[in-house]
Design a protein around this ligand. Structure first.
Ligand SMILES: NC(=O)c1ccc[n+]([C@@H]2O[C@H](COP(=O)([O-])OP(=O)(O)OC[C@H]3O[C@@H](n4cnc5c(N)ncnc54)[C@H](O)[C@@H]3O)[C@@H](O)[C@H]2O)c1
Length: 352
């Protein structure tokens, strides 16, 4: 069985490649090696077929799909970007890229897809108030200026954060999130139209070896790691109590393999979204502290700064993935952070 991993030279894609090889797949990688992602060309072992090319290029994608049984689609422009000028690149890389890939899959009758989605499709997490479950509106600048970081209920009441499930309303709040939701919608339309089967994996905060260095696109765990490496204290925004689900990249890879197995036994036309989280809640402050301790670096500083677009708490229920796909994460937060504190990061990309 042959698997095409788009974006297979990236942080998560390369972990998917390793897991797939271990599970007995023949693996082909299609990756454009974006120059704002890769500081140096990554190397592949002899058992990986590497095609350098862009998923937006019809001929390249059609050739890369030859002899393929399933696709794990990781290629995307990631992160929050720098400013709105990034919008065309997000939509082109992620949505035109996915549409081009799906059209080629339809033409070549490749009918199994796992697409990398993200928790960002939800926007703010889910909360309980005395009157029931709710999703609060975006936080107001005046509240954040006053150090009121937790969103409040409609009557100014305190809320209790909970775990979000896949049936929750979707509320993408930035261009990247919009592009990830469009990828899911395209995958769903492709499955319905062609009789293919698609799983969208909504990754929560992924961390682990091979994360990118300090770039505007890097996740918070690698920003902390990079600060520690420079001999600086990690700068933690707000009060550090933002709740997240940090999930290890090897567990993300095993979720991709579980979703591929699911796709082989699902009815034609099926589309299903799955959260992929560790199931344990930690704060951003916890991550900074763990990384400082395990690397012997400087203790974090809580800055009280904020970014208006950030959500306060977003944590996952991954029960659907556990129950329906039999997946469970194996890397604990403590073990994962201890490893990540000194693990190699991906070399920094050239500045644009
Ligand atoms: N890292 C996270 O925390 C996280 C969280 C949620 C979802 N995701 C999703 O997971 C996937 C992988 O993310 P990552 O963190 O490994 O990012 P990454 O930047 O490390 O890897 C993406 C790879 O895709 C390649 N690529 C980008 N556009 C391409 C195109 N048009 N054609 C061919 N190759 C292209 C890049 O060169 C890179 O190697 C993405 O779809 C991302 O949206 C990541």
């Amino acid at each position: 069985m042959r698997l095409l991993v788009t974006g297979g030279a990236g942080f998560i894609g390369s972990a998917v490649v390793q897991s797939a090889l271990k599970s007995g797949w023949h693996v082909r990688v299609l990756d454009s090696l974006r120059d704002d992602v890769h500081g140096s060309a990554p190397s592949f072992s002899d058992d990986v077929e590497f095609v350098r090319g862009d998923v937006r290029d019809t001929d390249t994608v059609s050739a890369a799909l030859r002899g393929v049984d399933a696709v794990s689609h990781q290629a995307a422009k990631v992160g929050l970007g720098i400013n709105f000028d990034d919008a065309p690149d997000y939509i082109s890389s992620n949505d035109l890229g996915t549409a081009t890939l799906l059209a080629a899959m339809a033409r070549t009758s490749v009918d199994r897809l796992v697409v990398a989605s993200s928790m960002v499709v939800y926007g703010e997490g889910t909360y309980r108030s005395s009157t029931g479950v709710l999703r609060p509106a975006p936080r107001r600048g005046e509240d954040l200026d006053a150090g009121i970081f937790d969103p409040l209920g409609p009557n100014g009441e305190q809320l209790v954060p909970g775990l979000i499930d896949e049936d929750s309303a979707l509320d993408p709040r930035n261009v990247y999130a919009t592009s990830k939701l469009a990828q899911e919608n395209l995958a769903s339309a492709w499955a319905r139209t062609t009789g293919g089967v698609a799983a969208a994996l909504r990754y929560h905060n992924v961390y682990g070896p091979g994360m990118p260095h300090n770039t505007p696109y890097a996740g918070v765990a690698s920003l902390f790691r990079s600060a520690i490496e420079r001999g600086e204290a990690p700068q933690v925004f707000e009060d550090g109590k933002q709740r997240r689900d940090f999930v290890h990249v090897r567990d993300i890879a095993s979720a991709n393999l579980a979703a591929l197995t699911w796709s082989s036994r699902s009815a034609p036309g099926a589309f299903r979204a799955f959260n992929v989280g560790s199931g344990t809640v930690h704060t951003i402050g916890d991550v900074a502290r763990q990384l400082s301790i395990h690397s012997g670096g400087r203790a974090p500083i809580i800055t009280g700064e904020y970014r208006l677009g950030d959500v306060r708490h977003i944590t996952a229920s991954s029960e659907r993935l556990r129950i329906e796909l039999g997946w469970s994460p194996v890397v604990t937060f403590d073990d994962g952070m201890r490893e990540f504190a000194t693990a190699p990061l991906r070399p920094a990309a050239a500045k644009r």
